[in-house]
Design a protein around this ligand. Structure first.
Ligand SMILES: [Fe+2]
Ligand SMILES: [Fe+2]
Length: 243
């Protein structure tokens, strides 16, 4: 296994580890995103067992101890299993998450107190600005959130648009069909009354890059892609209602 590095937007680097044994034969990628700024942020921290691969990948871009912010979408092992390893390696780093995630899980799980963020709150990283957006139950988990990096128009959209395989770091093709194949395989989305409206809210940001946790990132009309994904989930909801 190796962790590869690619720049997906100006100063935003995708660290990708391909795991062929997951969803074989296609395999599956686990991606982190490093935002290079005065106060560098790592979004998605990865599994504990991947830390020995991901930490040296970060170190190829900047000293790990310079990391100031540790962030992720929701509390799952691929998102934050290595959280306390990063806190130990980066003594000035803080975990930043929504208030619910801090209250429900992270105040207890994190070795240092996390920094709670209000919905819409912006962290100025110095050269990058990240807006925290609560997205409860989208794609899953009560404490779910995404980040929007304002200077590059990058939506760090986590598990949204998850797809199988080990494609290029960035594509401009519509990811919706591949995302629905993965949805059929995993049933990962907590499909419910907020799914479609939340995706439309994110689409209003009109992001130019979608930084995807599992699979290729997307460059292009991110708003259109999110509205297309919303339509696909509406189709699944309609099909369920018809049963
Ligand atoms: Fe997840
Ligand atoms: Fe994930």
């Amino acid at each position: 296994m190796e962790t590869t590095i690619a720049e997906v937007a100006d100063g935003i680097f995708r660290l990708s580890t391909y795991l062929p044994q997951i969803a074989a034969p296609a395999g599956f990628t686990m991606n982190q995103f490093l935002l290079v700024a005065d106060e560098p942020m790592l979004f998605h921290l990865g599994h504990r067992e991947l830390f020995p691969l991901v930490a040296p990948a970060v170190a190829r871009l900047l000293p790990v101890e310079r990391l100031r912010w540790l962030a992720f979408g929701h509390v799952e092992a691929d998102e934050c299993g290595s959280m306390n390893q990063w806190l130990a390696a980066a003594p000035h780093a803080e975990v930043a998450h929504g208030a619910v995630g801090c209250m429900v899980s992270l105040n207890d799980m994190a070795d240092r107190p996390p920094r709670p963020l209000a919905d819409g709150e912006v962290l100025d990283l110095g050269g990058k600005r990240v807006r925290h957006l609560d997205t409860p139950h989208v794609p899953h988990n009560w404490e779910s959130r995404v980040l929007y990096e304002e200077t590059t128009g990058t939506l760090l959209c986590g598990d949204l648009f998850t797809h199988l395989g080990n494609g290029p770091p960035v594509v401009s093709d519509d990811l919706r069909e591949q995302a629905m194949i993965a949805e059929e395989a995993f049933l990962a989305t907590s499909l419910g009354p907020h799914t479609v409206s939340t995706l439309h809210r994110l689409a209003e940001l009109e992001p130019r890059t979608l930084a995807v946790m599992h699979g290729s990132s997307f460059s292009g009309d991110g708003g259109g892609a999110l509205r297309g994904l919303a339509d696909a989930y509406q189709g699944r909801l309609d099909a369920m209602a018809a049963v």
